[in-house]
Design a protein around this ligand. Structure first.
Ligand SMILES: NC(=O)CCC(=O)C(=O)O
Length: 297
């Protein structure tokens, strides 16, 4: 009821998938990632099957799950999508388990360019979506962390969402979560959930990882999942871990520590409608004022 009122006022929010379900079960898999690519991929496949056995419909993997995370590794580990070995393994695992796989990210080779890319596979093994990280992770915090993905990676420029079991899900990758504009675009396109494979670090992780997930969930009024590799203190880049699921109220529904593990949870889509109905910020935005002010600047 409330939803159709919003549709009437703001038709751009009404782009819903063809049919509408009340929920699904998601598994966020925090994997150990090492230098052996085949071992990394085999571990991911094994976790996909275990998640299916626990009733998951959607299984999401971490950023850079087949390769150590670091600019010196991307060229060596890169594969073409969808013909590369990792794509083929994910497609097969999705079909055999009968689940949707949000395949974390892999370094993707396309011609002479490299991207940080997420692939999504439906339960028949078909490629549903391919998203290339749009905001590259270039930061410099003196004496803490300097990282420049743009030294080797190119940036994508396509906002990417997909529909599965009547639910629209948007994809961002790690640093993308710092950009509310991307999240708002995906919310406007009808998403009820955003998934961010990500590998924050020991400096920004404790400060911002949970904060940003809760911020995006709260300001877009949707579910947010962030999926990290497990921490390896001996790695060149030490991931924060702490994969997390946040509900549309901005409340943490599940969070891991730094070790390998799984969050498995029912996603109740009625909560999305409930929050949007009770706190109707989507129809209260003063775009008339915002647009005028930004034109004057
Ligand atoms: N892989 C990444 O994009 C890391 C982002 C990150 O750590 C941050 O603080 O942002």
């Amino acid at each position: 009821m409330c939803d159709s009122a919003i549709d009437a006022v703001h038709p751009r929010f009404s782009k819903k998938p063809m049919f509408y379900q009340t929920g699904f079960k998601i598994a966020l898999i925090q994997l150990s990632v090492g230098p052996d690519k085949a071992k990394n991929v085999a571990a991911a496949v094994s976790e996909i099957h275990k998640a299916k056995a626990k009733g998951a419909h959607v299984v999401a993997l971490p950023e850079c799950f087949n390769s150590p995370y670091g600019t010196k590794y991307f060229n060596e580990y890169a594969e073409e999508v969808p013909s590369g070995a990792t794509s083929r393994a994910l497609s097969r695992a999705a079909a055999e388990a009968g689940v949707c796989v949000v395949g974390g990210t892999v370094p993707e080779r396309c011609g002479d360019r490299l991207y940080n890319t997420c692939t999504v596979w439906d339960d028949s093994g078909k490629l549903l979506a391919q998203y290339r990280k749009m905001h590259l992770f270039d930061i410099d915090i003196p004496n803490k962390i300097t990282f420049k993905e743009s030294e080797v990676l190119s940036a994508g420029d396509q906002v990417t969402t997909f529909d599965y079991r009547g639910v629209r899900i948007g994809i961002g990758i790690c640093y993308d979560i710092r950009f509310p504009e991307l999240a708002h675009l995906m919310a406007q396109q009808g998403c009820s959930m955003l998934l961010y494979p990500g590998a924050f670090n020991m400096t920004t992780g404790p400060k911002h990882w949970e904060l940003l997930g809760r911020a995006r969930a709260n300001d877009c009024q949707l579910w947010v999942g962030q999926i990290s590799p497990a921490r390896d203190a001996a790695a060149g880049y030490v991931a924060w871990g702490h994969s997390i699921l946040v509900d549309p109220w901005g409340q943490v529904k599940g969070q891991l520590d730094e070790r390998p593990g799984v969050i498995i949870e029912d996603i109740d889509l009625k909560v999305v409608e409930e929050v949007r109905c009770q706190i109707p910020i989507r129809i209260q935005r003063r775009t008339d004022v915002y647009d005028t002010v930004s034109v004057k600047q």
